[in-house]
Design a protein around this ligand. Structure first.
Ligand SMILES: *Cc1c(COP(=O)(O)O)cnc(C)c1O
Length: 424
């Protein structure tokens, strides 16, 4: 049995120790020694077995090819970042001037260039602030504008955002009281006006971003709400900064602010296609009060978020935008090529039409006409657990791989993964 010391002394394993850290390499060595002990491999193969058992990264998150056709997949971390956002994060990983003006050598406002990028992207916002996520943005608005006071919220906008978290409960946990207004399907401006009292802190409008109510419905837009003379906070959810014709029912920050909203809150990692973040846009005096609230420090974003957000705003088209606007003929051509290659190798593969969705808290009623590579269902497991991991969806006994969210340069990786999975 090769000793642990001898194995760790092997040049390749010792190099891995400097890259991944000694405990990870030691665990791989232990795995290899066990294989020798069990007689599965010979003593001479221990180094190879240990190298094979090494993870690629020192972190446990496994990269996944998202072939589900769900653009913002909550369980896959929502928005994938653009290359320029990833490069900005890498650059921010070292020492960086996040709170220092290099020309004067003095302290400077944290993340000022990211804030400038956000303000430039939404000229209708007098001021902006960024916190940890959309829920944090809403919480900061509630503790700043309505501590111990009432928040008016339509009964049609009592939203559970996911994993059992509910917006009204979030607001209540911030010390505000929710005053229910209107009904599930219809709420009028008069309902709000009747509910206003000396204790009203703000009027909240929450976008029902993961469900639709259709039929006999009515809501009140931010402009009308502003006429009541109280702060109006609009939680648009998805982080669309300006209208997108492809998503006609999705509210956007610029429109809400121009209509008279005091404040808009949104997520950075939904339709904006950036890092997880909570965007706060609106009237300068209110944003400044939020920025100076003691809780703001607890919701502060790190330098990686600031770097990725700015690069998303200023840089090339983010992958989420590209996936949402991908021309169907282009998608079909890519899928057809894979289907032909797979069929030529003897696989039961063909192209089917299907629908993709935005997912993850955006455009709930919208189905995107799409297409997919249809494969035998039994490939789903091996593809999911393979390397690279490929996640599709199973529909009526077939595994569908929708390439919409797969970068085109990865098509050959998908084909190789499919062929490997079929060998099992
Ligand atoms: C997604 C969403 C949130 C929560 O945002 P996170 O960034 O997940 O914290 C809040 N409100 C609405 C309307 C949403 O769609």
């Amino acid at each position: 049995m090769p000793s642990t010391t001898a194995l760790l002394g092997d040049p390749r394993l010792s190099e891995a120790s400097t890259r991944l850290g000694r405990p990870i390499v030691k665990a791989a060595v232990t795995t290899a020694q066990q294989a020798v002990r069990d007689g599965r491999i010979g003593p001479g193969d221990a180094v190879h077995a240990a190298l094979a058992a090494l993870p690629t990264l020192a972190a446990g998150l496994t990269p996944v090819h998202n072939a589900t056709g769900v653009v913002l997949h909550t369980n896959l971390g929502r928005a994938p970042l653009s290359r320029s956002a990833l490069e900005a994060m890498t650059a921010a990983g070292g020492y960086t001037d996040v709170e220092l003006d290099l020309s004067t050598g003095r302290r400077a406002p944290r993340g000022r260039s990211a804030m400038a990028a956000l303000r430039e992207a939404v000229p209708a916002a007098e001021a902006v602030h960024v916190v940890n996520n959309g829920a944090a943005a809403l919480a900061l608005a509630a503790v700043t504008l309505a501590p111990g006071r009432e928040i008016l919220l339509s009964r049609g906008e009592f939203v559970e955002i996911g994993d059992g978290f509910r917006i009204p409960e979030l607001l209540a946990s911030c010390g505000a009281r929710i005053r229910e207004v209107g009904t599930t399907n219809r709420t009028r401006i008069g309902d709000y006006a009747d509910a206003v009292g000396p204790d009203t802190g703000l009027i909240l409008k929450v976008h029902p971003s993961n469900f639709t109510v259709s039929g006999f419905t009515r809501g009140v837009d931010p402009g009308e709400l502003a006429s009541l003379g109280l702060p109006v906070v609009v939680d648009i959810g998805s982080g669309l900064l300006a209208p997108d014709p492809a998503l006609p029912d999705e509210p956007d920050a610029a429109t809400a602010l121009r209509a008279g909203a005091t404040l808009v809150t949104a997520s950075g990692d939904k339709l904006l296609g950036g890092p997880q973040a909570g965007l706060v846009l609106g009237r300068a005096a209110v944003v400044e009060r939020m920025r100076r609230h003691p809780l703001a420090r607890a919701l502060r974003v790190d330098k990686f978020t600031l770097a990725a957000l700015e690069a998303t705003l200023r840089g090339p088209e983010p992958p989420v935008h590209a996936a949402l606007h991908m021309p169907l003929p282009q998608l079909r051509t890519r899928t057809l090529r894979l289907a032909e290659d797979a069929a030529r190798r003897g696989l039961d593969a063909h192209v089917v039409s299907c629908e993709a969705v935005v997912g993850g808290g955006g455009a709930p009623g919208i189905a995107l006409p799409s297409c997919a590579l249809s494969l035998p269902e039994n490939l789903a497991g091996p593809l999911r657990t393979g390397e690279p991991a490929v996640l599709g969806r199973v529909v009526r006994g077939r595994l569908l791989l929708d390439l919409r969210c797969v970068p085109q340069e990865c098509d050959s990786d998908i084909l190789a993964a499919v062929l490997r999975a079929a060998e099992h």
